[in-house]
Design a protein around this ligand. Structure first.
Ligand SMILES: C[S@@+](CC[C@H](N)C(=O)[O-])C[C@H]1O[C@@H](n2cnc3c(N)ncnc32)[C@H](O)[C@@H]1O
Length: 139
């Protein structure tokens, strides 16, 4: 299993703990956070987990194959617009995934029409505070 955009590794650590017989790889394009991840995993004694510094959009172009499960938790929206770049990334994942493989993308999705006054207050506040992220994630 691979987590792309693993940040400081909290999700990867949890996945590794939940599935001790599965090898987990976390990748993030910031060397500082992969170093933090490695240290955290070491401190916690999680041995079925490793981290690499890599740009996920480049990574999926260069690997010949991906593990059966690819996880992106709040990282997919970081692939910058235009939209084609997200589509290219997904196509590259699809090419490298084994048959029957899965991509699990978890994001906050806000409806595009939620910016108008009919939307409930909570949704409007989210659009106001995290609109760029929400928009980038919604397509
Ligand atoms: C909100 S954090 C995700 C945290 C992590 N998934 C978790 O559950 O703890 C998003 C991460 O994606 C990483 N990221 C952004 N663009 C990336 C890219 N092109 N390739 C790899 N990682 C990227 C950022 O450095 C950041 O650490």
């Amino acid at each position: 299993m691979i987590e792309m955009g693993s940040g400081t590794g909290q999700t990867s650590v949890r996945l590794a703990e939940e599935m001790p017989t599965t090898e987990i790889l976390g990748i993030d394009n910031r060397a500082t956070v992969t170093e933090v991840s490695r240290n955290n995993a070491k401190k916690l004694g999680v041995s079925n987990l490793s981290f690499e510094t890599a740009d996920m959009t480049e990574y999926v172009k260069t690997v010949t194959s991906l593990p059966e499960m690819v996880v992106l938790l709040y990282s997919f929206h970081h692939i910058p617009d235009p939209l084609d770049q997200k589509v290219d990334f997904l196509e590259d994942c699809f090419t490298a995934l084994p048959e029957g493989g899965h991509i699990c993308i978890a994001e906050t999705f806000l409806k595009n029409d939620a910016r108008d006054t009919a939307a409930n207050r909570e949704t409007q506040i989210r659009w106001a505070n995290r609109g760029v992220e929400a928009f980038a994630s919604t397509f």
